[in-house]
Design a protein around this ligand. Structure first.
Ligand code: ADP
Ligand code: MG
Ligand code: ZN
Length: 477
């Protein structure tokens, strides 16, 4: 099945003020309609003034995505009426965007060993965000909706791809790579509600495409596209044609709904925004290039060679810039492979489980704490299980130190004498299991190890217990 997917990704840029006015962009925790002024409310006579930093951020994004930045940019009016757009037009870009022709590499296997694919970027441009409509119920059943203009005028960078993506999973991987790159640049925070919104275009077997508008989560994009594949396949099977149309994704039901037949460019009556001048940007390119930090692909390469860790670990550690920084700090103080394992395999799992970001987590567990835990582990003061338990406790409670947890939870590991004492007891209490093991029932050993772990309250390394236990039983043969 030939599937073509192209994405239009809108990312909110982390400037202090909005794109055409001085209202603060820090509205995410505020009451509706508290970050507004005449300009972003679109009141008659209010004039826009371009935020220089927003344009610089847009250029930075374009350069990081390998695009050709243009000489000049011109803002256009895109005319349409919707309640979230009080002016009746959106200020966006058209023929003279920031950049064209970029390229993003993704690993379509989604991690280690996956084959690398190149996704072409058509263009990168700037535009203002409209307000936010809140439906009471779902979009097709709501009796009324509310509107919040705090978002109105937020600076967005729109990144448009060619229809090079071949599956919903690839689309998700692409978005992950995009998020990661924008966060590396320090111009975007993917954790903020609604920070990235995507229009996903999809066609099957060379047919017309459907455009699913305004999907606000990464998982949502994948789910909406999967739904579309099924829907379009069913139509094709029945000999029907796919209509070119605009659809809405219903997050709670996981389905897409028809909104309207597709609008065309001429419907929007694009024309240059008469209240803004054209802006020459080409003389800033070199300066902005120098501000671009090491990006995920380069960092991944450096991590594999500098720290001799697996590509899988390097992948996992470089996706989130905050985790990458955390790792480098820890690895500069203690065994770099051990740190890689404990951050990529253990810490990240604990973060996922709690749905907290590394940035959030590092307020509760510092790199110094992490190094201390690994040092106790290396020195045999605690077991692996103990180390995990300390991390969990620190993430859950915050404001506690590893030493306190070792003490309060009695996590200090015990010596082999104490382990042997426990083994003797367990062997005596479980003659049946010992016999089973002797006649070759290997799973009996797991049971016995478990019993010893119980007696020692997890303060012994299971591997060590197994070794000592086997030695003891076999010496009795
Ligand atoms: P519009 O302005 O109507 O949204 P564009 O030509 O700018 O249309 O394309 C928007 C998006 O649609 C791009 O991401 C592009 O890759 C995607 N697209 C174009 N043709 C197809 C297709 N046949 N199948 C899937 N996606 C497509
Ligand atoms: Mg579009
Ligand atoms: Zn404003």
């Amino acid at each position: 099945m030939d599937v073509k997917i192209g994405l239009e990704c809108h990312a909110q840029l982390l400037t202090k003020s909005k794109l055409f006015c001085s209202c603060s962009t820090d509205y995410h925790d505020s009451k509706p309609n508290t970050h507004v002024c005449a300009t972003c409310l679109g009141l008659p006579g209010a004039l826009p003034v371009v935020n220089e930093r927003a344009i610089r951020y847009g250029m930075k994004v374009a350069l990081a995505l390998g695009c050709e930045v243009q000489e000049e940019i011109i803002f256009y009016r895109k005319n349409y009426y919707y309640p979230d757009l009080p002016r009746g037009f959106q200020i966006t870009q058209y023929d003279f965007p920031i950049a064209f022709n970029g390229l993003v590499r993704i690993e379509s296997g989604g991690g280690d060993g996956g084959k690398e694919r190149e996704i072409r970027i058509t263009r990168v441009h700037m535009e203002e965000d409209p307000g936010r409509l809140v439906y009471i119920g779902t979009i097709d059943t709501a009796k009324y909706s509310l509107v919040d203009y705090n978002r109105s005028g937020m600076p967005l960078v729109e990144i448009v791809t060619e229809p090079d993506l071949k599956s919903p999973k690839e689309a998700r991987i692409f978005l992950g790579k995009l998020r990661s790159t924008l966060e590396y640049l320090g111009v975007f925070d993917g954790d903020l509600e609604g920070a990235m919104r995507v229009d996903a275009n999809i066609s099957l077997e060379g047919g017309d495409r459907a455009e699913v508008k305004n999907i606000s989560s990464y998982k949502g994009v994948e789910r909406a596209l999967s739904f579309e594949i099924t829907r379009q396949k069913n139509l094709l099977r029945r000999g029907l044609k796919i209509q070119q149309e605009t659809r809405h994704y219903d997050e709670t039901r996981g389905i897409t709904l028809s909104m309207r037949t597709k609008e065309f460019e001429h419907d929007y009556r694009y024309f240059p925004e008469p209240d803004l001048v054209r802006i020459r940007i080409s003389d800033r390119i070199e300066e902005i290039k120098r501000e671009i930090p090491e990006l995920p692909d380069e960092k991944k390469k450096r991590f594999t060679s500098q720290y001799s860790i697996t590509t899988e670990h390097a992948n996992s550690l470089t996706y989130d810039i905050n985790i990458a920084d955390f790792y480098e700090e820890v690895a500069s103080k203690i065994d770099m492979k051990l740190s890689a394992t404990w951050i990529a395999d253990v810490l990240k799992g604990e973060l996922n489980y709690r749905s907290i970001s590394m940035r959030e987590a590092s307020k509760r567990i510092s790199t110094a704490d992490f190094v201390a835990i690994l040092r106790y582990l290396k020195d045999g003061v605690i077991t692996e299980r103990g180390a995990t338990e300390i991390m969990r406790e620190m993430l859950d409670r915050g404001g506690v130190k590893p030493e306190e947890i070792i003490k309060s939870k009695g996590l200090a590991s015990i010596g082999s004498e104490e382990i042997e004492g426990a083994i003797d007891k367990v062997i005596k209490e479980n003659e049946g299991a010992v016999e089973d093991y002797k006649v070759g029932k290997k799973e009996a050993l797991n049971f016995l190890v478990g019993q010893v772990m119980k007696h020692t309250r997890g303060r012994a390394e299971p591997k060590e217990v197994r070794r000592l236990l086997v030695g003891k039983i076999e010496s009795e043969f």
